[in-house]
Design a protein around this ligand. Sequence first.
Ligand SMILES: C[S@@+](CC[C@H](N)C(=O)[O-])C[C@H]1O[C@@H](n2cnc3c(N)ncnc32)[C@H](O)[C@@H]1O
Length: 173
Amino acid sequence: MDWNDRFAASTVGRPGPPSVLVGREDLVPTSGRALDVACGRGTVAVWLAARGLAVDAVDAAPAGLALGRELAGAEGVSVRWIEADLDDGLPVTVSGRYDVLVCQRFRDPLLYPTFAGLLTPGGLLVMTVLSTVGDTGGRFRAAPGELRAAFDHLDVLVDEEADGEAHLVARLR
Ligand SMILES: C[S@@+](CC[C@H](N)C(=O)[O-])C[C@H]1O[C@@H](n2cnc3c(N)ncnc32)[C@H](O)[C@@H]1O
């Protein structure tokens, strides 16, 4: 089943921070711009908007974006939902710099340099990808240290890999 079919069979979620920021929510500013890459059904995007950020949220699955729109309406916040296939890179409608960039549970190492280039000075990068660490492996999973190696030129605040996931939180200097 592809992602759009999954979302079509799913329900509206609840706003919430990226999982690596649970208990670390204060790292996220309460104003500025945020980008959620591969936003799914928009629970993180809506949380960011409710926190006070102007949010752009990108995903290829229209059914996910529709659930995000519904959640944003219910929460009384606005998000710019952008339908795009990230295999073609970030869409041209994603422009300027962002104070927060979240990419949670979507992995495309080709986009890593673009992500760093989209951050404002001091901007926060929040990444979670599937990892081979603590898992049996597979071609969609990051090798140990992949995120750290890609973003070592940023100030790394959190670098955790366990149980099949890798998390990185970092700031552009
Ligand atoms: C595991 S879900 C993660 C969703 C969300 N970030 C979260 O943490 O709840 C993966 C997401 O990546 C999106 N996705 C997968 N391939 C994509 C592509 N080529 N372009 C855009 N989005 C894609 C799917 O539609 C899905 O929403």
